[in-house]
Structures are given as C-alpha cells and as structure tokens.
Design a protein around this ligand. Structure first.
Ligand SMILES: Cc1cc2nc3c(=O)[nH]c(=O)nc-3n(C[C@H](O)[C@H](O)[C@H](O)COP(=O)(O)OP(=O)(O)OC[C@H]3O[C@@H](n4cnc5c(N)ncnc54)[C@H](O)[C@@H]3O)c2cc1C
Length: 436
C-alpha cells in the first residue's frame, strides 16, 4: 500500500506508545521515522530509573493483539490473580481481583516489552528507527522537527510519544498542568530464595502503611521488584545503613530478611517522581506541520491502577482507527482522536489517584475485605449487571469515562434494593408483631 497522503511522518520517542504506533502506521503503508533520545536499548541495555516491570491487563493486551504481540508478551509475563496484602500487624491475606478468581493482570518486564515492540517496529516495512536523537521541539510553522546537536528535519506530521516530561509538549506551550504527588518512588529487589520465588508469584504484593506503601511484582527470573511509594522527605530521613535496616525491620518485618542488598539498593536507586499531566489541546496545526501528543506526553497518570501503558496503547489504537474512519485525513483523524480520548484519560487519571488511597490504606481494613467479598458475591449473583470498578478498568475495554457513571448507577440500584428489602422486612416484622 502507498502512503495515504505522502506526508513525512515523525514519531518522537521509541517508548511503549511510540513503537506501537510506528508498527500500526507502517502496516497502513505510511512511512514513518522514529526519533529516540536514548541509544538502542537492545544494544545498550535498559535505562536506569524507570520502573522495571509493569502490570499489563486487558486494554494493553487487546492493543498488542492487533500487532501480533499478545501471545509473545504473555509468554514473557507472570499472571497475578490478586493482591497479597501484608498488614502490620497480622497475617498476609490474598484478595482475588475477579469474582471467579480466574482473571489476572500480568507482570511483564518493561525492557522486554519495549524490545519486542522495537523488534516488530524494525521489521515493519516503512519504519525507520533513529536512536540517540534528542528532539527539542517542533517548529509548526516551518514544518520542522528540532533536534539537539543536529540540523532541523522536515516533518509534516509529528506524533509525540516522548513521555511525561515531553519536550514536544513544552515547545508547543499548551495549556498544561503537571500535578506532582508529594510521594516519590524507589525500587528494591527481593532476589530468588533457594532457587525459587521468595514470595507467592501469583500475586501483586502490597504492604499498606497508611500514608505510604510498598508493592512487589514478580519477575521471570524469580526475583521480585519492590517499589516504595513514600512521602519524599521520608526517603531522605533514612540516611545511614543502620537507619534503613531498622526501618525495614520495624515496618516491613516479613520481607526485610528477604532483601540481602537492601541498604545497597536503597542507597543506589534513585527516587522517582509521580506526576499527573493534564493538558489541552493535544494537537497543534501550523502552516508547516500538524502535531499530536499521545501516551504519557498527553496524559501521564500515577501508577496506582497499573494503567499508564495500557492507556497509552489505547491511544495508538484510537489514532489508527481514526485514520481508517477519515480515509487517512491526518487533520480530521487527530482531531477526532483527541476528542474521543480526553474524557477517558481524565477518568483514569482520577481513578488512579483514588486507588492510591485504597492501596496504601483501605485494603488492610477488615471492613474493606468484607466489602470486597460482598462485591464479588454480587458480581457472581448478578453476572454482567453488577461489575466492580477494578474489573471494568482491568479486565474490560469499556471506555474509562463510562466507568464512574456505571459504578454510581449500580450503587444507586443496590441502595434502592437494600432500602426496599429493609422496608419489606420492616413491614413483615410489624405484621408478625400484630398477629402475635
Ligand atoms: C513506578 C511506575 C510504575 C508503573 N507501572 C505501570 C503498570 O503497572 N502498568 C501500566 O500500564 N503502566 C505503568 N506505569 C506507567 C507507564 O510506565 C507509562 O504510562 C508508559 O511507559 C507510557 O508510555 P509512553 O510511550 O507514553 O512513554 P515512555 O514509556 O516514557 O516513553 C517515552 C520515550 O520517549 C523517549 N524520549 C523522551 N524524551 C525524548 C526526546 N526529547 N527526544 C526523543 N525521545 C525522547 C524516551 O527515552 C522514551 O523511550 C508505571 C509508571 C511508573 C513511574
């Protein structure tokens, strides 16, 4: 197939979204050049300071399926069927994610996933990957991609998947708001124990500690990557090996002994920031170039629903769909794309923030556990009519924006049913009393 309109198309960022979009466009017969600031990670190794593993769920898998990478990704993943909550004090308890206990989110190495996508992009006709090319912005009037240490390059369409701190977004001076949490994150490792997993590999482990928490996801090499989500000043307070060890023995006693290089990891690994980016519009049309943002560049979210990458993949699928619907008219397709996606990404951004409170605090309460059990019982009883928020987010591809309203509606119906039952019970009791 020939290029749809003959435009010179550039993608900025060969991360998860940039690579997937390159494959989708290449398959449409649109030649595309991908500019990535890092050296090729397949040669140079993965970048430090990014999350080591990710939870990929239904939305991400549906997108990967479109480029034939679903099964390969699942082969490189470990399913997690629920949360293993480690309260303090108390015994760990397993909370399945789905009512039937069958559904799982998948822990996958970010580097492996990126490598698979890069391999697929590289082997797609029309896709050119250019590494060690840092983009500094776009001149939309001249139709040029601005590069650090190199001459500008002509581009008619620029698709910016250059992450939460997007240089392209900054160069467009859009109406934007970057909302940083006061919490940061740091990664630690639980290595294999006696050749096996030191913790149950079928779960996402959570140590909820009120204002902070630690989570752990399994890796194929039988290690776990733990991530601390703490107020930033708490990281700095542990400034000696003695303080680090004492803190973990006190607050994470069941796992402290499983981390032989705890103090080394703690001192070596950086503290990352957690940001929600809200900006609008996501597109800019100048005389020379049309630009659109996607993935974290358009809508970075906090990681507490494990949806950032899943959501970024959905953006790529939507761009591809809009190109089909508009017959390859870039201006109309990108306008349609942003209109369709914005409400969805706003919705998941809010749900992700809300889930932080759930994970770090609510999951350990007996009331929460009872509520979860009741929710799952209802889901089994009213299959398809009552569906939990977690299920809708992680195990369906229903647009995120529809989920809050659907949950409110379900809860209203339930409350009315409960009131009705209570009223009926009251009447029944009164009738019984009269008869007596
Ligand atoms: C701690 C943590 C845990 C997470 N866990 C999950 C999870 O479990 N599930 C999930 O779905 N999501 C998770 N996420 C979110 C997920 O990592 C992101 O949403 C996802 O990586 C976004 O993909 P992207 O392609 O938009 O951006 P990125 O993956 O950030 O890729 C951007 C790419 O652009 C390149 N780049 C940047 N600037 C330039 C430039 N100026 N010029 C050229 N190239 C550039 C970068 O090098 C990179 O390759 C997590 C995030 C964090 C921080």
């Amino acid at each position: 197939m020939a290029a749809e309109g003959g435009e010179r198309v550039a993608i900025v960022g060969a991360g998860l979204a940039g690579c997937l979009l390159a494959v989708l466009l290449g398959r449409r017969g649109i030649p595309v050049t991908v500019y990535e600031r890092r050296p090729d990670p397949r040669v140079a190794g993965a970048e430090r300071g990014r999350s080591i593993n990710l939870a990929v769920s239904a939305r991400g898998l549906a997108a990967l399926e479109q480029v034939g990478l679903r099964d390969r990704s699942l082969e490189q993943a470990l399913p997690m069927h629920g949360r293993m909550v480690h309260p303090l004090p108390g015994a760990q308890n397993f909370q399945p994610y789905s009512a039937d206990g069958e559904r799982a989110i998948n822990s996958i190495s970010r580097a492996e996933l990126n490598r698979s996508l890069l391999d697929t992009a590289e082997s797609t006709p029309g896709v050119t990957l250019r590494f060690s090319q840092r983009v500094t912005g776009v001149d939309v009037e001249a139709g040029a991609l601005l590069l650090e240490d190199a001459d500008p390059e002509p581009a008619d369409v620029v698709l910016a998947g250059d992450g939460a701190y997007s240089a392209v977004r900054r160069s467009l001076r859009l109406d934007e708001d970057a909302d940083f949490l006061e919490h940061g994150y740091k990664e630690l490792t639980v290595p294999p124990k006696d050749g096996g997993f030191a913790l149950d590999p079928d779960a996402l482990h959570i140590w909820p500690r009120g204002t902070s928490m630690m989570i752990a996801l399994p890796n194929l090499d039988r290690s776990f990557t733990c991530t601390l989500f703490w107020p930033k000043e708490d990281f700095a307070a542990l400034d000696t090996p003695g303080k680090i060890t004492a803190h973990f023995e006190r607050h994470y006693p069941d796992v402290a002994g499983l981390m032989p290089d705890l103090t080394g990891d703690y001192e070596r690994n950086p503290v990352g920031s957690l940001v929600t980016v809200r900006c609008w519009p996501w597109t800019r049309c100048g005389k020379g170039a049309l630009v659109a943002l996607l993935g974290d560049a358009a809508h970075a979210i906090v990681p507490f629903f494990g949806q950032g990458a899943n959501c970024a993949f959905e953006d790529c699928i939507e761009i591809d769909r809009c190109l089909t619907e508009t017959g390859g008219d870039w201006a109309r397709a990108l306008s349609l794309y942003q209109e369709r996606r914005k409400a969805n990404t706003d919705a998941i951004a809010e749900m992700a923030l809300d889930n932080f409170v759930e994970m770090r605090d609510r999951v350990s309460s007996p009331v929460y556990r009872a509520k979860q059990a009741a929710t799952h019982a209802l889901e089994r009883r009213l299959a398809g009519r009552y569906v939990s928020r977690y299920e809708l987010v992680s195990f369906s591809t229903i647009p995120y924006a529809r989920i809050p309203a659907r949950i409110r509606r379900q809860n209203r119906v339930l409350a009315a049913a409960a009131l009705g039952s209570a009223a009926a019970l009251g009447l029944g009791l009164r009738a019984l009393a009269r008869r007596r």
